[in-house]
Design a protein around this ligand. Structure first.
Ligand SMILES: CC(=O)SCCNC(=O)CCNC(=O)[C@H](O)C(C)(C)COP(=O)(O)OP(=O)(O)OC[C@H]1O[C@@H](n2cnc3c(N)ncnc32)[C@H](O)[C@@H]1OP(=O)(O)O
Ligand SMILES: O=C([O-])CC(=O)C(=O)O
Length: 374
C-alpha cells in the first residue's frame, strides 16, 4: 500500500483550497498545526493553547492563556432549556446524535447573529460540549442530573470530572489533554470539508459544526475509535487477535483504526497515543488490552502493510481510563470542534461558494411519455 498512487475517487489527491492551519504528510513527523509539529505540541502545550493557536494563528502568552481559560471556564454550564431537550433523548440513542442535537439546539437559543460573533460561538461550543455529552449520559444512564460546572483547570479534566463525579488523577488529566491535542485539527478531512462547504454558503457556525458532527460519526472517519474498541475487546489474546484478523481480511472486512487516506506508512499521532496506552496499561496492572492492540498492529503491518491511524490506540487508552466506549467519538467532537471552527473562520475570510462539477453518467436526453403510455 505504501507505493499506492494517491488519486482517483473520493477527490483523492486533488487540492480543494488553501489553508494556513495544518499540513498532513508534508514535514516534520508528518502533521503540523500552524507550523508547529504535533509531537512538539503534544509534549509542550495544553489543549487550550492549541485551541487558541488554531483560532488566532499564534500560541498565547501566559496572560492571554489565563484570560482565555477564564473565558472558557465561565461558559461551561449549559442553559436549562438545553438540559430539558437532552433529558428527552432516549438512552439507546448514539451519543454522536446527542452531540449533533445539542449543538444544533444551542444554535437555536444562542444563535450566531453575525460573523463578528464567530469566536464567541466557537468558544461557547468548546466550553459546553463536555456538559452536553455528560449531562445526557448521566441522566439517561443513571437518572442523575449532574452539575455541569467544575473548577477543573483544563477542559479534559472538566470532562473527566463530569463523567466520574470526582477530580481525575494528574496522569489521566494529561492523557486527556494530549488526546484532545492530537484530534484537534487535520486539514481537509471529510468532517472539516463538510464544515467548510457549509461555511461557503455563508451559513452560521452552529450549522457548520452540526454538519461536521454528522460526518465525523461514520466508522470510516471518527467512529473508528469506537469500532476499534468493539473489535479488540472480542479478542482474548494476541494469538486470538491475529487469527481472527486473518479471518476478517479473508472475508474482505475493513479493520477499523487502520489505514489512512493521506498518510502512506504511518500516522504520526499513533506513536504518541500508543505510548500513553502503554503507560496506562502499566498503571492498570492488566496489560492484556495493550498487548492485544500491539499484536493487531504487528499483524496488519506484516500482512497488509497497513498501519494504525490516530483512532486505534485511542481505544485502549480511553478504555484504561474507564471511559464508556460509546463516548469515544463524542470526545473527538470536543477536540475537533477547534479545527472545524478555525476552518469555518478561514473559509469566511476568503470565501467563494464551494460548488464542484460532476461527470454525467446518466441516460441520454429523452422526453417525458404521458403516464398512460409508461
Ligand atoms: C481520524 C480518522 O478519521 S482516521 C481514519 C479512521 N477510519 C478507519 O480507521 C476505518 C478503516 N480504514 C479505512 O476504511 C480506510 O483506510 C480509510 C477510509 C481511512 C482510507 O480509505 P482510502 O483512502 O480509500 O484507502 P486506501 O486507498 O489507502 O486503501 C488501499 C487499499 O487498502 C484497503 N484498506 C484500507 N484500509 C483498510 C482497513 N482498515 N482494513 C482493510 N483494508 C483496508 C482498501 O480496501 C484498499 O484496497 P483495494 O485497493 O483492494 O480497494
Ligand atoms: O484526515 C483524514 O482523512 C482523517 C483523519 O485522520 C482525521 O480527520 O483526523
Amino acid at each position: 500500500m505504501s507505493d499506492k498512487k494517491i488519486s482517483g475517487a473520493g477527490l483523492r489527491g486533488q487540492s480543494a483550497g488553501d489553508t494556513a492551519l495544518c499540513t498532513v504528510g508534508q514535514s516534520g513527523s508528518g502533521l503540523t498545526y500552524c507550523g508547529y509539529d504535533i509531537s512538539d505540541l503534544a509534549d509542550n502545550a495544553t489543549f487550550e493553547e492549541v485551541a487558541y493557536l488554531l483560532f488566532n494563528g499564534e500560541l498565547p502568552t501566559r496572560g492571554e492563556l489565563a484570560e482565555y481559560k477564564a473565558e472558557l471556564l465561565a461558559m461551561r454550564d449549559i442553559p436549562k432549556a438545553l438540559k430539558e431537550v437532552l433529558k428527552l433523548i432516549p438512552k439507546d440513542t448514539h451519543p454522536m446524535d446527542v452531540m449533533r442535537t445539542g449543538c444544533s439546539f444551542l444554535g437555536n437559543i444562542e444563535p450566531e447573529v453575525d460573523f463578528s460573533e464567530q469566536n464567541k460561538a466557537a468558544n461557547r461550543l468548546l466550553a459546553a460540549f463536555p456538559a452536553i455529552m455528560c449531562y445526557w449520559y448521566k441522566f439517561s444512564h443513571d437518572g442523575v442530573e449532574i452539575d455541569c460546572t467544575s473548577e477543573e483547570e483544563s477542559l479534559g479534566g472538566h470532562f473527566l470530572r463530569l463523567l466520574n463525579g470526582e477530580s481525575p488523577s494528574a496522569q489521566h488529566e494529561r492523557v486527556m489533554d494530549v488526546s484532545l491535542i492530537l484530534y484537534a485539527e487535520h486539514e481537509f478531512n471529510a468532517s472539516t470539508f463538510t464544515a467548510r462547504v457549509c461555511a461557503s454558503t455563508l451559513s452560521d457556525m452552529f450549522s457548520c459544526i452540526t454538519g461536521a458532527i454528522g460526518t465525523l460519526r461514520g466508522p470510516l472517519h471518527g467512529g473508528a475509535n469506537e469500532a476499534a474498541m468493539d473489535m479488540i475487546q472480542k479478542f482474548t489474546s494476541p494469538a486470538d487477535a491475529k487469527e481472527k484478523m486473518a479471518g476478517m481480511l479473508e472475508r474482505k472486512e475493513k479493520i477499523m483504526g487502520f489505514g489512512h487516506a493521506i498518510y502512506r506508512t504511518s500516522d504520526p499521532r499513533n506513536v504518541i497515543i500508543k505510548a500513553w496506552s502503554e503507560k496506562l496499561a502499566a498503571e492498570n496492572g492488566d496489560t492484556s488490552l495493550y498487548d492485544i492492540s500491539v499484536a493487531c498492529e504487528e499483524f496488519m503491518w506484516d500482512t497488509k502493510k497497513l498501519f494504525c491511524n490516530a483512532d486505534f490506540f485511542h481505544a485502549s487508552t480511553y478504555n484504561y481510563m474507564g471511559i464508556p466506549t460509546k463516548l469515544f467519538t463524542p470526545i473527538f467532537v470536543c477536540s475537533r470542534l477547534t479545527g472545524w471552527a478555525a476552518h469555518v473562520m478561514e473559509q469566511r475570510s476568503n470565501n467563494r461558494i464551494i460548488r464542484p462539477s460532476a461527470d454525467y453518467t446518466g441516460a441520454e436526453p429523452r422526453t417525458v411519455k404521458p403516464i398512460s403510455e409508461r
